[in-house]
Design a protein around this ligand. Structure first.
Ligand code: GLN
Length: 567
């Protein structure tokens, strides 16, 4: 192959039998243990679909679009990765078949292949290997997850590329972990290993012999079954690992560590010199302890448009739970369709809720329900946290119902609104200082204001109190912005602009003064992408505390962290 191999040892993670077995979380959990042994770990996802990135896909199709610092719109598994390991990822860590073919075709048009016939093997597979090298170079170890299920036509080029990498690098630089399902058949009262045998057979038919099997089942795997699987699949018994359904995903690292999965990796990839002898999982133990022994509980309504799809607001749901973990509080999530709020009224649906969050979204369906939700929270002094579209909805509510700007709207929903308080952003400065421009005719894919950008917070505001800093960076993903022509009118109506972009041109956060409302804050960026179970995000931690205080009838609660003892 023509690109120089980085020679970073890699664990390739494939999946078999059925999809949705939690391959991303399993891979991330293994990465977390390896990190806990002092190794520098990175992770990568290879997705078999033809979209260049998931940015143009509906959340109904593929769940949330996760955004990295550099503004890449990536698979939601990158969110799991960043929640489990400390390494910050970028666009390099998420590739798709579309991205690979785009690069190969660009090279072909440029004449890079010198008259050759361009083929899946070796040109596409070489491009895949080049991307894997680029994303993994410089780390002690990398986990590379292949999306889809073995047996799919789509993932074949990826599997062929990783097969070649093992030949080229040797087994101490490339290891295969395969995730399968061991179903329990109630009528027979038995766990069935046949699907796993078939899935491994499928993998071996394309030249990949797994080194480790991670067997998903409802019950721990009995020794008899473990032996049988080992015998039929050529995998050593100690490398047949049982992965049961756990009530809390953050318990998975400990569970896998107890079966010495990390040691299998350290041994095969010869990482003994770099890895510490023991894994320090104390952070994870603290997370599990705080979530298993709550001293309080709140109910949060998340009012959005894709609530039927579990994964559409993955990071928001996780960030809310993290906010609870920081103060030993169980967070119950009530997912609500904003169109139901339009039909049944906010009061009927939101009574008894301790806090309301309106997350990001696109398009006009359900937007009015979000505006009604913000209005309800504002008028009833229920803690309100608006994120992106949720901030825009709050601004529209204040414009219409406090500033007296009848018919105010975002131009995303009403091009002819008399008061475009939210408008299409046509020009802005990126983190690196360049000016980017867009108009109504721009492509939809990859053309939003994207990625980590810094903002300056106004001292004395709720936002400032929560972050404890004046300059913070958050990740963005949106096209529309607060319209500066309305700044004064909105401020006169009582809306506090608590943060602006560093050049002062874009409104980043708004809030209601705390004298008027105990906790009403909305931001244009997506703080959920920077929340982790181990540290939580200041806005989510503050929001959950406000929900606890609301539930306690306004009683102010102490700052309480993970150290707070269980009652
Ligand atoms: N649709 C809005 C915009 O593009 C909000 C986007 C979002 O919530 N991520 O600005």
């Amino acid at each position: 192959m023509n690109s120089p191999a980085s020679q970073t040892p890699i664990v390739f993670v494939t999946g078999g039998v059925v999809s949705s077995l939690g391959k991303g979380i399993s891979a991330a959990s293994l990465a977390a243990i390896l990190e806990a042994r002092g190794l520098a770990v990175t992770m990568m996802k290879l997705d078999p679909y033809l979209n260049v990135d998931p940015g143009t896909m509906s959340p109904f199709q593929h769940g949330e679009v996760y955004v990295t610092d550099d503004g890449a719109e990536t698979d939601l598994d990158l969110g799991h990765y960043e929640r489990f390991v400390n390494t910050r990822l970028s666009g390099l860590n998420s590739i798709t078949t579309g991205k690979i073919y785009e690069a190969v075709i660009r090279k072909e048009r440029r004449g890079d292949y010198l008259g050759g016939t361009v083929q899946v093997i070796p040109h596409v597979t070489d491009e895949i290997k080049r991307c894997i090298d680029a994303a993994t170079a410089g780390f002690d170890v990398a986990l590379v997850e292949i999306g889809g299920t073995v047996g799919d036509i789509e993932s074949l080029p990826f599997l062929e590329a990783i097969r070649q990498m093992r030949i080229e690098r040797g087994p101490d630089k490339a290891m295969y972990m395969h995730l399968t399902l061991i179903p329990y058949i109630a009528a027979a009262g038995e766990l069935k290993t046949k699907p796993t045998q078939h899935s491994v057979k499928e993998l071996r038919s394309i030249g990949i012999q797994p080194d480790v099997l991670l067997c998903r089942s409802e019950q721990p795997l009995p020794d008899g079954e473990r032996r049988k699987i080992a015998l039929f699949t050529n995998v050593p018994e100690k490398a047949v690992i049982s992965a049961i359904d756990l009530d809390n995903i953050y318990r998975i690292p400990e569970w896998l560590h107890a079966q010495r999965l990390d040691q299998l990796v350290v041994d095969q990839l010869h990482l003994q010199d770099k890895a510490s002898a023991t894994a320090d999982l104390s952070d994870w133990d603290a997370v599990v302890d705080a979530s298993s022994n709550p001293i309080d509980e709140v109910t949060i309504a998340v009012v959005g448009k894709y609530v039927d799809h579990q994964d559409a607001y993955k990071s928001v749901g996780e960030a809310l739970k993290h906010g609870g973990i920081r103060q030993r509080t169980r967070v119950r999530l009530k997912w609500m369709e904003s169109e139901d709020i339009e039909r049944d009224g906010a009061a009927a649906m939101l009574a008894g809720i301790d806090g309301i969050l309106v997350p990001g979204g696109f398009g006009d369906r359900g937007f009015e329900g979000k505006v009604l939700t913000a209005q309800y929270a504002r008028e009833h002094k229920v803690p309100y946290f608006g994120i992106c579209y949720g901030m825009q909805a709050a601004v529209v509510d204040v414009a219409r119902n406090v500033a007296g700007l009848a018919g105010a709207n975002s131009t995303e929903n009403d091009r002819a609104t008399p008061h475009p308080v939210i408008g299409l952003i046509t020009e802005w400065r990126t983190q690196s200082g360049e000016i980017e421009r867009r108009d109504e005719g721009s492509d939809l894919g990859g053309t939003m204001r994207l990625g980590l950008q810094e903002q300056r917070i106004k001292p004395g505001t709720l936002a400032h109190q929560l972050y404890g800093r004046e300059v913070v960076g958050e990740r963005h993903r949106h096209r529309y912005e607060f319209n500066n022509r309305y700044r004064t009118q909105m401020e006169d109506a009582g809306l506090l602009i608590s943060a602006k972009s560093m050049d002062d041109l874009l409104v980043e956060m708004v809030e209601l003064p705390q004298a008027k409302h105990p906790w009403f804050l909305a931001c244009q960026a997506h703080p959920e992408f920077l929340s982790t179970p181990r540290s939580g995000h200041p806005l989510f931690v503050g929001f959950i505390r406000a929900a606890r205080e609301h539930k306690a009838g306004g009683k102010l609660l102490n700052d309480s962290g993970l150290s707070e003892a269980a009652a």
